[in-house]
Design a protein around this ligand. Structure first.
Ligand code: NAP
Ligand code: GDD
Length: 321
């Protein structure tokens, strides 16, 4: 039985990856940080099958303990302060968790279990003010947020530990991926949740920032398979994971409101409070290398993804209101 340690197990990706690895017969250990109110919402259906280890990415000693206890064949580092907007108000914390957290995890592996394979959750946010389109593995980084800068550190320290210590360490440069388990602050979920609430008479308007930003949005359930595939290769490498299609926030809003039979212009209000100090205007990934080398392709289209999320939110409120 293969053993895995997942950081960020309570998050969107952690929950899909844990589900996927459990189905493959892995013994799954999840790093879980202490919180005053326990939050297992995303993993409640598989909670009993996961062995939780208390720890924090900012605390190297806790990671060493976690690696000693779990003896993993594969480590997936998905934990992060992952909300871009908050990285301007909490830049130091973001650096400690999102950048140095990756270093701490690599150090723990180097010291305790050098043959463990390592996956780093790198991000298309590293491309920021893009210097070429579409973005691929060789596209230079130009991060536009403290979060993006922290992810660039996490990315390069992963490459560096691979080259310095011969660790089997890979970075997945994942473009935006969403699901009904997406956190409510992120724009897709904020929109699908609001469309459902407005349809059910629970909310009257939706306040948003930049409607012109373009993102390459895919389904999280598809993307965790690419993470796993990277760690099954003969040699460690880095891969872009994306759909190869891009849409504006306006397209997203229109798709969600159309699905509930409403005109979005009647409800959406632009609010400067949701504008960012520096914006990433356009993300569009080129997933050719992932297709060629991993045999990976996204299955869920943008339209089906947004409808899946709206339907989930309608059901959630329909049942409780
Ligand atoms: P998410 O839902 O926000 O989950 C983040 C996870 O990190 C949560 O389980 C959270 O635990 C944990 N965490 C936060 N601070 C921590 C700390 N100090 N120590 C240990 N764990 C900590 O994020 P996601 O969407 O699943 O994304 C997974 C990873 O991929 C993140 O690294 C993100 O930056 C990266 N990424 C995401 C996307 C995307 O579009 N989703 C794209 C590219 C890269 P709590 O439950 O305790 O808060
Ligand atoms: N969150 C949010 N809220 N975003 C808004 C809003 C709003 O009210 N209005 C407009 N937007 C725009 C943002 O300005 C941004 O251009 C776009 O919607 C997407 O924002 P988010 O959903 O917050 O995602 P993100 O692209 O900043 O970051 C996500 O994707 C990255 C990969 O590119 C996160 O998951 C990151 O962790 C991930 O690395």
């Amino acid at each position: 039985m293969k053993r895995t340690l997942i950081t960020g197990i309570t998050g969107q990706d952690g929950s899909y990856l844990a589900e996927f690895l459990l189905q493959k017969g892995y013994k799954v250990y999840g790093l879980k940080r202490r919180t005053s109110t326990e939050s297992y919402e995303n993993i409640k259906h598989i909670q009993k099958e996961i062995e939780f280890i208390s720890g924090d990415l900012a605390d190297l000693s806790s990671l060493i303990h976690a690696v000693k206890l779990s003896k993993p064949d594969e480590v997936y580092n998905l934990g992060a302060q992952s909300f871009v907007a908050d990285s301007w108000s909490q830049p130091v914390y973001t650096a400690e968790v999102t950048a140095l957290g990756a270093l701490n995890m690599l150090e723990a592996i180097k010291e305790v279990k050098q043959d463990a394979r390592f996956y780093q959750a790198s991000s298309s946010e590293m491309f920021g003010k893009v210097v070429e389109t579409p973005q691929k593995e060789t596209t230079p980084f130009y991060p536009r947020s403290p979060y993006g800068v922290a992810k660039v550190y996490g990315h390069w320290i992963t490459v560096n530990y691979r080259e310095s210590y011969n660790l089997f360490a890979c970075s997945g440069i994942l473009f935006n991926h969403e699901s009904p388990r997406r956190g409510i602050q992120f724009v897709t979920r904020k929109v699908t949740d609001a469309a459902a609430r407005i349809k059910l008479g629970l909310q009257t308007e939706l306040r948003l920032g930049n409607l012109d930003a373009k993102r390459d949005w895919g389904f999280a359930g598809d993307y965790v398979k690419a993470m796993w595939l990277m760690l099954q290769q003969e040699k460690p490498d880095d891969f872009v994971v994306a759909t190869g299609k891009t849409h504006t926030v306006r397209d997203l809003v229109e798709t969600a409101f159309d699905h509930v039979g409403l005109k979005w212009e009647d409800y959406v209000v632009q609010d400067p409070a949701f504008m960012r100090p520096a914006e990433v205007d356009l993300l569009l990934g080129d997933p050719k290398k992932a297709k060629r080398r991993l045999g990976w392709e996204p299955k869920v289209s943008f339209g089906d993804l947004i409808k899946m999320m709206v339907d989930h939110d309608l059901k959630k409120y329909g049942q409780t209101s």
